[in-house]
Design a protein around this ligand. Structure first.
Ligand code: 13P
Length: 289
């Protein structure tokens, strides 16, 4: 069932667990995530970055594929189709394409402009029944070998954005997209606690879910995180399983080159990763509660 992420996140927040956002890249990815969510009776959010949307032939293609797959596979758990790190223009494209949730990442704008654009999108999303995620404080990452530690959000700025009526807020707390460097100092729980204090019941979003130690994830959920984004970890699992299949020469045996066989170990590996994350986040069995 395609739904906005609003209700599932409010329930997660109240129940002290988090819903996973798993980024999708193609049909196999989407199928693996949906089937795992259904098997575990977990709500789920399918994340689509603008780059992945382009790769999959545009947001309309993605929306049509996800809706058809939900029907054909009899997926009855709540599923949100969510734009990840959307630009202002990208948000409107996804609203038009039939997404059920969007993230407007205005974190690189001066705070006044972030507020103004987010405020406009709050209104549009409310009219159309979509949920909206906003961002304050950037998420770090690696660029040309230079590792940024991620900028911690200003709790007052978080309050200004939360008060606009967004459904979820991504606040930078030292989290980073991709693999974490060995010298990463860890999440700033002081920032997280301060943001939550200022934003009340707002479900908080933790980006960069790949590679965060389990204990930190649990603590973050305790402090108010209700949505956790995972992308790289599924890519690593997929690549690892695919490499093993080819290195074992299985693509050379019988019809092992058939894409349905060649991509199967990777698709199964994604399922294992998604299952592990859903168990860690505590969303298993929560779909119909
Ligand atoms: P990772 O790729 O580090 O898992 O981050 C995913 C993410 O935050 C998508 O917005």
């Amino acid at each position: 069932m395609l739904v906005s992420a609003k209700e599932m996140l409010q329930k997660a927040k109240a129940g002290h667990y988090a819903v996973g956002q798993f980024n999708i890249n193609n049909l196999e990815w989407t199928k693996s995530v949906l089937q795992t969510a259904q098997e575990l009776e977990s709500p789920v959010i399918l994340g689509v970055s603008e780059g992945a949307g382009k790769y999959m032939c545009g947001f309309k293609t993605v929306s049509a594929m996800v809706k058809a797959m939900i029907e054909e596979l009899n997926i009855t758990v709540p599923v949100a189709l969510h734009l990840d790190h959307g630009t202002y223009e990208g948000c409107y494209k996804c609203i038009e394409a039939g997404f059920s949730s969007i993230m407007f990442d205005g974190s690189h704008y001066p705070i006044d402009e972030n507020v103004a654009k987010t405020q406009e999108l709050v209104k549009v999303c409310a009219e159309k029944g979509l949920s909206l995620e906003a961002e304050v404080g950037s998420i770090g990452g690696e660029e040309d070998g230079v590792v940024g530690m991620g900028e911690c959000a200003d709790p007052e700025e978080c309050k200004a954005i939360a008060d606009l009526g967004v459904d979820m807020l991504a606040a930078g707390i030292g989290n980073i997209h991709g693999k974490y460097p060995a010298n990463w100092p860890g999440l700033s729980f002081e920032t997280l606690a301060a943001v939550q204090e200022k934003t009340g019941e707002m479900p908080l979003v933790l980006h960069g879910g790949t590679g965060i130690p389990d204990e930190m994830i649990k603590k973050a959920i305790n402090l108010g995180v209700a949505k956790i984004n995972v992308n790289t970890e599924c890519q690593l699992s997929f690549a690892d399983a695919t490499r093993k299949y080819i290195e074992a020469g299985k693509d050379q045996q019988g019809k092992g080159y058939d894409p349905r066989k060649l991509l199967a170990p990777g698709a199964e590996a994604i399922k294992v990763t998604v299952k592990e994350k859903m168990e860690l986040f505590g969303s298993v069995g929560k779909a119909f509660k």
